[in-house]
Design a protein around this ligand. Structure first.
Ligand SMILES: [Zn+2]
Length: 110
């Protein structure tokens, strides 16, 4: 039988301190019930409207040759993939009639 007294003492769903997570006297079931760091970071990113699946791109400065990696938003349109990017794309589609497709070329007067 699993003893979950520590979870009840900590207030049930209340997170326990990080020091107690590494303490082997804390029951495994209590330690495993805590959210993973990646899940926490994703939830915070969703709350602030930041992409949760950024795409790393390598950019090289053609003058200095310096290379750096920058993260760009994934640009997903599906809510299941990346809710912040899907929301941003939905707002863009509403703001720009006809989406972001290039407009047909028209002749400019001389
Ligand atoms: Zn995204």
């Amino acid at each position: 039988m699993i003893d979950l007294t520590d979870a009840h003492q900590a207030g049930g769903d209340q997170p326990i301190s990080p020091a107690r997570l590494n303490d082997r006297s804390t029951p495994r079931a209590v330690r495993m019930a805590q959210p993973l760091a990646r899940d926490v970071v994703e939830e915070i990113a969703k709350q602030h409207g930041v992409c949760i699946r950024p795409v790393p791109l390598r950019r090289q400065d053609i003058l200095t040759g310096q290379v750096e990696v920058i993260d760009v938003p994934c640009g997903a349109t599906l809510e299941s993939k990346c809710p912040p990017c899907a929301k941003r794309n939905r707002q863009l589609r509403r703001a720009v009639p006809g989406g972001l497709a290039p407009r047909p070329r028209t002749r400019e007067p001389p």
